[in-house]
Each structure stands twice: as structure tokens, then as C-alpha cells.
Design a protein around this ligand. Structure first.
Ligand SMILES: Nc1ncnc2c1ncn2[C@@H]1O[C@H](COP(=O)(O)OP(=O)(O)OP(=O)(O)O)[C@@H](O)[C@H]1O
Ligand SMILES: [Mg+2]
Length: 225
């Protein structure tokens, strides 16, 4: 479970301060599939970076699985992210000069796992995203949808309990978007907590719960449905 309490965040540009997140309170239970929608600049990525443990420079408190994320040392915080969160981005963020298999295995390498174990886990998630025979190819030789599948495989190879995606279908056409959403829905069916930021209403409505952000505030949260 994750629990955000009274989150406020501001960015300073020159002499002006911009309040980007305003009094955000939110609880997301294990296994929920949540979409976060809102206009460009409304603060969605800023919020996601906090939830996904990339940013803890904010006011308020954030507890994930009962752990106060601000109480962790820098090293513990990084390890906590690596163990609990898988990230998927709009532009995939794959390393082009590494094979697909090496890209996917990277988070396990950071964990210090043995090569034989890494190979086995990589193949398992490649199967899961429908790319069983693509491990030895390179990202740039794949379509956008296939590259995003690789990115999802990399996000789930550590078996995180939360997968966080910032506009994961933003660079994809509608058919490829449907394919990627099918992969996400399978993950959700397996019990993964899924949080997706999207501009695309057709993507947003596929979640169980849609949270609308307007100008840094939660304007609508279909938590009760
Ligand atoms: N590192 C930063 N430094 C200064 N201002 C920032 C920074 N990151 C975001 N902002 C500002 O915070 C506001 C919210 O940005 P954010 O990226 O969270 O919006 P968003 O809802 O994700 O938008 P988009 O849909 O375009 O991705 C914007 O006004 C942006 O300019
Ligand atoms: Mg954004």
C-alpha cells in the first residue's frame, strides 16, 4: 500500500516560485490499477516521480509498504526503489548498444545476482511480453511497440510490486497502444499494482480508478467506484 499525505512541491525559477503539487492526499492499495490524467503541466510527472521513488524533495510524507521513504538513507532509498518499483517511460529509455536481454537484465545486475539466474529471469519475462526470440537483437531493430515491451520486461524482471508508467503509449499508434495495454492488464491480473499517467482517455478509462489532476491538485478520484 502507498500513502501520500499533504504532499506539496514547488520549483524555483530565478526569483519566482511555482507551486506544482498542492496538498495531495492519496492512498493506493496493493493490486490497484490506477490512471492519472490531466493537462500538460498539471503536475502528473512530478507526482509520479515522487510515487516512483525518483524524487523525495517534497513537503509532506510518503509511506510505501509501511516504510517512511524520507527516513531511508540515500543508499536504502535507491535499493528500496530497485526492489519495489518498475519504471516504464514514454520513450522507452533502452540502451541502444546493449542487446535486449542485457537491457532487461540490468536491474538484476545492479542487485548483484548471478549470471545464470539473470539469464533465466530475463527469458521468463521475455516470454511474458511476447518477445521470446528477441533477446539477442538490439533495441533499435525493433518496432516502437516491441521496444516498449522490452522496457516493460525490464520493469518487471525484479518482480516489483508496483509498476509505474509515464505516458507509456504516448509514442505509439492506437493498435500498438492496445497491444501494450493488454500486457499491462495481464500484469494487473497477476496482482501487480499499476499506476499509469496518460493523456489518452482511451487508455485512462481502462484503469479501475481514474485520478484527475488539475493545476497540481486532485480534482477527481474515482476511488469509490
Ligand atoms: N525540474 C523542473 N524545474 C522547474 N520546473 C519544473 C521542473 N519539472 C517540472 N516543472 C514544472 O512543473 C509543472 C508540472 O510539470 P510536470 O512535468 O509534472 O507536468 P505534466 O503534467 O507531467 O505535463 P506533461 O503532460 O506535459 O508531461 C510545469 O509547469 C513544469 O514546467
Ligand atoms: Mg509529464
Amino acid at each position: 500500500m502507498l500513502e501520500l499525505k499533504q504532499i506539496n512541491k514547488s520549483f524555483t525559477r530565478g526569483k519566482t516560485q511555482q507551486r506544482v503539487l498542492k496538498d495531495i492526499n492519496m492512498t493506493i492499495d496493493d493490486g490497484e490499477f490506477v490512471s492519472i490524467m490531466g493537462h500538460s503541466g498539471s503536475g502528473k510527472s512530478t507526482l509520479l516521480n515522487i510515487i516512483g521513488l525518483l524524487d523525495r524533495n517534497f513537503e509532506g510524507s510518503y509511506e510505501l509498504n509501511g516504510i517512511d521513504t524520507k527516513a531511508l538513507s540515500k543508499k536504502q532509498y535507491t535499493r528500496f526503489r530497485n526492489q519495489n518499483v518498475g519504471w516504464v517511460f514514454q520513450n522507452f529509455k533502452l540502451i541502444d548498444n546493449m542487446t535486449v536481454a542485457k537491457n532487461i537484465g540490468l536491474p538484476l545486475l545492479y542487485q548483484g545476482q548471478r549470471h545464470a539466474d539473470i539469464d533465466e529471469k530475463v527469458q521468463f519475462v521475455l516470454d511474458q511480453v511476447g518477445l521470446a526470440d528477441k533477446g539477442q537483437t538490439y533495441p533499435k531493430l525493433l518496432s516502437g511497440g516491441q521496444q516498449q515491451r522490452v522496457a516493460i520486461a525490464r520493469a518487471i524482471v525484479t518482480q516489483p510490486n508496483i509498476v509505474i508508467a509515464d505516458e507509456p503509449t504516448g509514442a505509439l499508434d492506437s493498435q500498438t497502444t492496445d497491444e501494450i495495454m493488454t500486457v499491462f492488464k495481464q500484469l494487473h491480473a497477476q496482482g501487480t499494482t499499476l499506476i499509469i499517467v496518460t493523456h489518452d482517455e482511451a487508455v485512462g478509462v481502462q484503469a479501475q480508478r481514474m485520478i484527475k489532476i488539475l493545476d497540481g491538485q486532485v480534482m477527481g478520484d474515482a476511488d469509490e467506484i
